[in-house]
Write a protein that binds this ligand. Structure first.
Ligand code: GCB
Length: 596
């Protein structure tokens, strides 16, 4: 799906700001009272302040009026939502126009012409934050009877982050030609010496046109190539490299009767990604991932788009010598993906397939027994839908170098292989760039028990030796970590291994002379121990710390106002260990660290 931009043929109006808001029922044929207000984009939960409202589950409404701009005969009016978490139904002037399931991907709604005969549109959004065994993420849904006889909806998150909800990303009103560019897919084939690239640019249109022209501009805005039948050669191509991004722009024009009817600019980078011999190659060089699992999580905004925080996070990431992040545990905003492209940061792109583990956070059972997850989950449809939507949205991003099919599913339980085989295949079929696909494996699914890692290209592991296993014992933790990594390496010698999570909760300012968990000293020692082991394993091609920053979670016995495994606090202040990381990561090159 195209990112909304302003071009010669397209106008764009931002609907950010204050909307009328209500938790509960509303008839969109009536006016929503102006008693309660909400900002778009943001999560409603923290902004609303009241405790019961913060934890509210069910339908909630946004409404506002919008003046209708000039719309030519051959143009159409579109409402475009970056994301509404988790479900949305859109009404204009009381008429239901569309619904969208899934809280982390964009959707658009064409407003029928008869509705813009008036001077204003009344836009009403019915959002809903229920999560259950059919949704991604997975939630434990129940209904509780209250003293007054009413029913309260409850979702216990089956995952470790707060179930923030709302209109999380920008809402735009667009006027675009009826005959328009509806999609573009860019792929490149590099020559063996990486000096030139053959580009294929496939443009989809909403209606037949006489001609499509695509001109390629470099960063100096110089024309460097033009397509013929969707193909072009880029000589002396400047590659998109890790932390040295180079972005070309494909300027697309549609012609009807000799006139330009629509234009669109898509930035793209040229690079190749391969996995072979236990290594992960970018532009034929073995790369070492240094970075983080993250969250979209800031004070006040919750999971709502916070572009200043995004840029600060990426600046901190570079400052400490990192080069990558994973969009744990859901697709991040389009704005963040464009930022990563621009800054040369590697992205492992994840869908909200988290919580695929029967009642996991409630039981906190780390023993590897079969809880019947795969006969209980009804998530297949949501899973397929979000893979389709993510690939469509992110397929052209050079920063995206791998797709994630799920985070920590019960991959050691019967039925896991059958569940994941078609989903991995779906990614492979849909992705025009044929990027590697991974599944982020949970600690119970050790090499002897796991049933799915044969399906994926890279072994991604979340491991908490000396934290959830052998808590506080760095000696046993070290032995356990080494043993398991060696087992994975010998089970799949050709697959690279990436540590996608490792970490220890740490409260800044808490100190000890001894290895006491939660202190800053323990966090430093914990990482020193793990890094020593990582450096011994030839196939281990990267380390992504859990987590970049502390973040908000649901209430659990081992969460102290959130998860504190961040290297930075929630307000982005460094913990003591950041200095150690900076030393280590600035000494580790992006390429050839583990060259065999
Ligand atoms: C994990 C999960 C992540 C949690 C983390 C933790 O394995 O993937 O969502 O936040 O552990 O801190 O427990």
């Amino acid at each position: 799906m195209l990112y909304p931009i302003l071009t010669k043929t397209r106008s764009l109006y931002d609907l950010s700001g204050l909307w009328h808001f209500k938790l509960g029922d509303h008839d969109p044929k009536e006016l929503l009272s102006s008693e309660e207000l909400m900002v778009v984009p943001t999560s409603f939960n923290d902004v609303i302040v009241d405790k019961d409202k913060r934890n509210y589950i069910g339908d909630f409404w946004y409404e506002r009026f919008v003046d209708i701009p000039e719309i030519a005969e051959n143009a159409e009016l579109v409402l475009r939502f970056g994301s509404v978490t988790h479900n949305a139904t859109i009404y204009v002037n009381g008429r239901q126009l569309a619904s969208h399931k899934g809280g982390f991907t964009p959707f658009e709604v064409v407003v029928p012409e008869d509705l813009y005969q008036d001077s204003q549109l009344k836009v009403s959004v019915c959002a809903n934050n229920v999560l259950d065994y059919t949704t991604l993420p997975v939630g434990n849904y129940s209904e509780e009877f209250q003293k007054d006889g009413s029913v309260k909806k409850v979702v216990r998150e089956n995952f470790d982050f707060f179930n923030y909800a709302g209109i999380h990303r920008p809402v735009k009103l667009m006027v675009r030609p009826k005959t328009h560019i509806s999609d573009v897919t860019i792929t490149s084939e590099l020559s063996d010496d990486l000096a030139s690239a053959e580009l294929s640019i496939a443009v989809e249109t909403s209606a037949a046109v006489d001609a499509i022209s695509v001109s390629i501009f470099d960063e100096d805005r110089q024309l460097v190539a033009q397509t013929r039948d969707g193909h072009a050669i880029l000589d002396n191509v400047r590659l998109w490299e890790v932390l040295d991004a180079y972005l070309y722009t494909a300027h697309i024009e549609l012609f009807v009767d000799g006139k330009v009817v629509d234009t669109y600019d898509e930035p793209f980078g040229v690079r190749c990604v391969d996995v072979a011999d236990g290594q992960f190659f970018i532009n034929h060089k073995p790369v070492y991932f240094k970075g983080f699992g993250k969250h979209e999580d800031t004070f006040i905004n919750g999971r709502g788009l916070n572009e200043a925080a995004n840029l600060m996070d990426m600046n901190l990431l570079k400052e400490i010598g990192a080069n990558s992040f994973r969009t744990s545990h859901y697709p991040y905003s389009e704005e963040m993906m464009r930022l990563a492209d621009r800054m040369g940061i590697l992205v492992i792109d994840e869908i909200p397939a988290v919580g695929l583990f029967q009642n996991f956070t409630a039981t906190l059972d780390l023993s590897p027994k079969d809880l019947g997850t795969w006969s209980i989950m009804k998530t297949k449809e949501a899973h397929e839908q979000v893979i389709r939507e993510l690939v469509k949205r992110d397929k052209n991003h050079p920063s995206v170098v791998m797709w994630v099919v799920a985070n920590e599913p019960a991959s050691h339980e019967a039925g896991a292989h059958a569940y994941f085989e078609p989903l991995v295949a779906l990614y492979k079929t849909l992705d025009p760039q044929k990027r590697p696909v991974t599944l982020v494996n949970i600690l119970m699914a050790t090499p002897d028990r796991d049933e799915v890692m044969d399906l994926v290209d890279v072994i991604c592991l979340n491991r908490y030796y000396a934290w959830y296993v052998d808590h506080g014992d760095l000696v046993r933790g070290e032995a356990g970590l080494r043993k398991e990594l060696l087992e994975w390496q010998s089970k799949f010698p050709d697959k690279p291994i990436l540590m996608t999570e490792y970490g220890a909760d740490t409260l800044p300012g808490l100190h000890s002379m001894w290895d006491i968990p939660y202190t800053e000293e323990f966090q430093c020692d914990f990482y020193e121990m793990t890094h020593g082991v990582f450096d011994e394993i030839p196939n281990l091609v990267g380390e992504q710390v859990w987590n970049f920053a502390d973040f908000e979670t649901n209430l659990m016995i081992f969460r102290v106002q959130g998860n504190h495994k961040g290297l930075f606090s929630r307000n982005r202040q460094p913990k003591q260990v950041v200095r150690d990381f900076k030393k280590r990561w600035t000494a580790i090159p992006n390429y050839n660290y583990k060259k065999k």
